[in-house]
Design a protein around this ligand. Sequence first.
Ligand code: NAG
Ligand code: NAG
Ligand code: NAG
Length: 443
Amino acid sequence: MILARVFSILTIVTLNNLVILHGEPTCYDSSKENTNLHLATKTPYRFISNYNDSVVTYPGCHPRRIWSVIRHGTRNPKRKIIDAINIKLTNIRNEIIERRNPKLCPQDIERLRSWESQINVDEEKHLTYEGNDELLQLAERVQNRFPSILPEQFDESSYKFKFTDSQRTWKSFESFASGLFGRNNLSKVLHAPPTKRDPILRFYKLCSKWAVDVDDNPDAAHEPNEWLKSDEMNNLMQEMRQKLDLPSLSKGDIVLMYTACGFETAWYKFNSSPWCSIFTENQLKILEFYFDLKHYWNDGYGFEINKMQACPALKDMVDHLDLNSNHPNSTFYFTHSGALLKILAHLGLYRDDFTLTHKDFGKNREWRVGKIDAFASNLVFVSFECSSEPYVLVMHQEQIVTLPGCPSDTDLCSLATIRKTFEGSLNECDFDDLCENAKSVAP
Ligand SMILES: *[C@@H]1O[C@H](CO)[C@@H](O)[C@H](O)[C@H]1NC(C)=O
Ligand SMILES: *[C@@H]1O[C@H](CO)[C@@H](O)[C@H](O)[C@H]1NC(C)=O
Ligand SMILES: *[C@@H]1O[C@H](CO)[C@@H](O)[C@H](O)[C@H]1NC(C)=O
């Protein structure tokens, strides 16, 4: 028995060495191209951005208005996760490197050995360096595509900026404005004061029905919870316990490693996280699916109230795109995943023809938060003045998307068509009523 184990260790070590000598792929792969697409909401924007920023033109049409909602860029984790990464994950790392672990490649063990985490809890959720880059570069590309409505000089009558009451959206605005006007001109750029209650940018914080039925309701997380109990998750746990030689590793520990993998990938352009290297691509897909399910049920198509409550944002959009309305030419809102996803669902984008449940891991799906809800995710509406009526171009993640009800063979869709498609949301958007907000606590 003991001999057999020694032999198997020797065999594996030898095999590893052989593999390295022959230059064939080992289990360590610093590029891990495929990892990058399975990081769910911790995906940095650079993996999905569209670097083609040539001017967007349509014959006979001129861009006149732009309205955009943007998720803050790459940030630090919240305090609870910072503590878990700094303390718990460090302990797990110590245990891994103490084991003479035959199932990890020597390089991976070395990388874990030199890994350390000292994230400052006082900077919880703060925008990071990468987040700054994401917003700055996004601004430059958007400006390059629509230079006529995004002049390089700030002017209050041309621009409207607003962000939620948080450091990460404030700094995202500043980075974006730096991209438009230059870092040295930031002090001249005005913005609307952020407010604790914000019915357009953070409507979901004001919706009682969503809080009660979904966000604070443990039953609403049935599907992601079922996935945690699935055979796939159980097998993943067993595989990781064996691979890392940690028999008491929990699913929570594994989700923590995945979270660290995501954040560290986002933070560091030029280094890969050792926490990514311990997973195979399929294992990452299993963990990604948990977050796809979670957001589907919390922010997406899972419950009607998730998307219904986004109607004030939709009204704001149509109102700003209307060329007869009295608004600045360019409006940029800096907000959160919780707003972006609900707006996407309200618009009917990335809707699969089935309800996403824990049984659908094997199915192709549109609803992938790594693609639709990465850091610095952005939804941009541009209204063009054409011969007769205004036409609208919709871009999500800098790619042209077609809204339901709009012609699929052209990029532009008339504002009238959009009004017609979303007539119900625009005309019957009684937020307090649909959120069942008690009149006494309503604003
Ligand atoms: C780049 O974008 C422009 C404007 O949208 C488009 O006309 C052009 O075909 C794109 N080029 C490539 C190579 O995709
Ligand atoms: C902004 O809109 C106003 C009114 O529609 C227009 O006169 C002005 O030229 C626009 N500014 C830019 C930079 O397009
Ligand atoms: C600031 O704006 C002025 C024009 O108002 C421009 O000439 C200058 O280049 C800008 N500064 C930076 C750092 O872009």
